[in-house]
Design a binder for this molecule. Structure first.
Ligand SMILES: *[C@@H]1O[C@H](CO)[C@@H](O)[C@H](O)[C@H]1NC(C)=O
Ligand SMILES: *[C@@H]1O[C@H](CO)[C@@H](O)[C@H](O)[C@H]1NC(C)=O
Ligand SMILES: *[C@@H]1O[C@H](CO)[C@@H](O)[C@H](O)[C@H]1NC(C)=O
Ligand SMILES: *[C@@H]1O[C@H](CO)[C@@H](O)[C@H](O)[C@H]1NC(C)=O
Ligand SMILES: [Zn+2]
Length: 371
């Protein structure tokens, strides 16, 4: 039954108009002719329901088909397709991957808004902006705009502050697992609950939820090439490093903190917002089973959680007039991190190449002089 539905949804995805809130394929014809149907008038300063985001993903991969492709990751509990966007400039250079997911927690609407902003900024600027063009020489971006799609829909239709997924537990008496407690790292040891009624319910086992499984199998399969793992949340104005499950520090902790502090400074320079930097266990709270800790422990060197605006005035219900400034400043922070990571990996490699070229040349000269 489920796989039949899944197939229907996959087909629905191909139909202009995408999916309705309830997951049923929406009408093909747009009766209202509402302006968001055109990519040119898509308003990035608004929160969008899921079917608009599905359509946006299709439109953006159509408009920029030379650099953007859409890929299937898996199905949600309610059998909706999870797709990510891959932004990749064709080239023979060996590439590293930057992963970014948004909306693992349903109510944190600013996060999906940022993922969309990020994609738009890269695509609108990669031709003319030398900073972004340079990054795309060696980096591919994989962006999952809404990880917890079922929960996101529920936060639009039924409960604005819903956090978890929508899986059914205890014979249908309670719903949803906290997907950011469900990853296979120190699972449910601290800062998570085994009671399905709780907000931080860790699921029935590590990666028990289909959304977690889809993301973690994919990341696992690409881990050798993933340089950064960014997971976007709100709220609190924090950049969090591993770990949450222990006060122990990751092997490159100092480097992670330095890169994040530089990013927080770049962010502050935009609209004077202050972000704090530190490990989750140090500056927020203890959590186990988070995607950030899991990503770091499978070997991804730069793994960060962003907690975007604000610090509690509006909390999860961040007004739409703060979307643009929040996205602008976050873009500065992410670009700062990407510049740093790029320089660490590629400038040093270039130096290495220059060095070996010099050695080869000297040997050649020596050889010639011996003739
Ligand atoms: C985009 O949405 C924002 C928030 O609702 C609104 O203030 C703004 O006027 C909209 N922009 C356009 C061009 O429609
Ligand atoms: C589960 O719920 C159904 C319908 O409400 C009920 O008939 C069944 O006995 C319940 N099973 C358990 C194990 O509680
Ligand atoms: C969780 O990770 C451990 C290794 O740390 C592995 O042995 C185990 O099979 C994993 N469990 C799942 C459900 O992926
Ligand atoms: C933290 O580090 C100590 C000392 O290396 C180690 O014994 C302990 O197992 C670590 N704790 C966790 C949760 O990894
Ligand atoms: Zn969150």
């Amino acid at each position: 039954m489920k796989s039949l539905l899944g197939t229907l949804y996959l087909l629905g995805m191909l139909v202009p108009g995408g999916l309705g809130y309830d997951g049923s394929p929406a009408e093909v014809v747009d009766k209202t002719g509402s302006p968001w149907r055109s990519l040119e008038t898509y308003n990035y300063s608004k929160y969008h329901p899921i079917e608009e985001i599905y359509q946006w993903m299709s439109q953006i991969s159509e408009k920029y088909k030379d650099v953007v492709t859409q890929h299937f990751l898996g199905l949600t509990y309610e059998t909706r397709p999870m797709n990510y966007l891959k932004i990749s400039q064709p080239s023979d250079n060996p590439k590293k991957i930057i992963w970014m997911d948004c909306g693992i927690h349903a109510r944190e609407w600013i996060a999906p808004a940022f993922c969309q902003w990020f994609v738009k900024e890269i695509l609108q600027n990669y031709k003319d902006n030398s900073r972004i063009r340079r990054l795309l020489n060696y980096l591919d971006f994989y962006v999952l705009p809404v990880l917890n799609i079922d929960g996101y829909i529920y936060s639009w239709t039924t409960d604005r502050v819903w956090r978890k997924s929508r899986s059914s537990h205890n014979n249908g008496t309670c719903f949803g697992a906290d997907l950011n407690r469900n990853f296979n790292v120190s699972w449910c040891s601290v800062g998570a609950s085994t009671d399905c009624k709780d907000l931080t319910f860790c699921g029935t086992g590590p990666a028990s939820e289909p959304e977690t499984k889809a993301v973690s199998s994919f990341i696992e399969s690409k881990k050798e090439n993933i340089l950064c793992f960014f997971t976007m949340h709100s709220y609190g104005q924090l950049i969090l490093t591993p770990y949450g499950y222990t006060k122990n520090k990751s092997s490159n902790h100092e480097e992670l903190i330095q890169v994040a502090e530089k990013a927080a400074n770049a962010l502050k320079a935009k609209h004077a917002m202050t972000y704090r930097v530190g490990s989750s266990a140090d500056i927020l709270y203890a959590t186990s089973g988070s995607s950030r800790d899991w990503a770091r422990d499978i070997g991804i060197p730069f793994s960060y959680t962003f907690e975007l605006r604000d610090t509690g005035t509006h909390g999860f219900i961040l007004p739409e007039d703060q979307i643009q400034p929040t996205c602008e400043e976050t873009m500065e922070a992410v670009l700062s991190m990407l510049d740093d990571v790029y320089n660490k990996y590629w400038s040093s490699n270039c130096a290495g190449k220059v060095m070996s070229t010099t050695v080869v040349l000297s040997l050649l000269m020596l050889f010639i002089s011996l003739l």
